[in-house]
Design a protein around this ligand. Sequence first.
Ligand SMILES: [Zn+2]
Length: 453
Amino acid sequence: MIQGMIVRNALLALPGRDQPVPGSLRVEGGVIRAIEPDPRAGDDREIIDAEGLLVLPGAIDPHVHFFDPGYTHKEDFYHGTAGSASGGVTTVIDMPDTSEPAAIDAAHIEAKRAEVSRRAVIDFGFFGGISGALCDDRLEQRIAEMAPLVCGIKTYETSGAVHFPRVSHYQYTKILPLTRKHNAIVLVHAEDWDYVGNAMADARAAGDGGMAFYRSRPEIAEVLSVFCVTEIAEMVGAQMHIVHLGVARAAEIVAGRRFSTGEACPQYLEFDCTDFERIGAPLKITPPVKGPEQKEALWQMLADGRIDFAASDHAPGTVEEKSTGSIWTDYSGIPGGPVLFPYIFSEGYRAGRFGLARLLRVCSEAAAERYRIADRKGAIAVGRDADLVFVDPDGETVIDASTSLSKGRVTPWQGRRLTGRVERTMVRGRTVYRAGEGITVDPGYGDFLKPTR
Ligand SMILES: [Zn+2]
């Protein structure tokens, strides 16, 4: 732990401000102790000169699949957190269902924490999971024991994973009163099971390729699911969050609810089903990208606050898994952790879709508040962790999976040029990544985060 440090000559991105504020930060014990116009003279601390750079709160990526332990041929906590750090992310929250064993109770969560703590280079939290197979007489005990350890509880209304079956509407009416009682947010992968199940046969009969896969789970599948699950949450008064929104109508439903929030992912803002037909498996994700008319509508809702924040849904597959010869069997998921913040910075903020204050809400503050880690994370403020990203706002980022620090090599983003370049990422006052140098801390530097109760 570094005892004392000064970041000086910075253009600071402070909460609620659309103009960066010139100044310096005094950091002690990994925490921001002062925000000052000029550093105090006579200090013998480490000094980092941020001349010409915008210094923002580190991005929070509240939706990643690092597959660790169990499927580390796709990704692991070292490569996953390293890739995220290279994209300005200082905290990730990892999903429960794509590790072996799945993180479905307190014992599994503690075991996963012990395992991945040795590899993380940035701070991390977990989501726990409840599948339809776990709605038995131990359900309340599992939720009660998990709730203090995790940022939320992930469920699937339609699931592709045999070992992690879907939750039915009836089961949500049993789960949500318990998560309300034990103060946990339920996250939902929202695609209507009845619609998808019936559309699949027609879509498969119609052929192969991106458009065929899209037709098995089009806009209406998301709208129906979001309407139903958020209606149950309203009825119960339970906190709910809808992950990876790809449909503006579904996002509108979420925005009209009292107890639900939603997230956008770069892939649904950038790509549509015509891109999917052209690019194929490298863009295969579930839910699939939607019609071209959705993209600007989603951007608008992210800008005006109807969509709460952004996340990557990082979930890379190997070259072999992504090239099986049919879109129906190719792995569904893409690497997005390193892309999340640079993309939103470039296409949201620098492209003028929203201002600096909204960028901070979308990339850091709102997720920290929603998942109750805002006592330490999410903003440049006295008393918060010195989690910072230093950005050259006029620099350029070119997405290149072949040199990514993540294991993900198959990406629809290959060659995408973005405005702005992450020069340095800092977690609790320590530089964890520098452009041109890579990761600058040992595996295991990252700390496990629990939500405040
Ligand atoms: Zn996901």
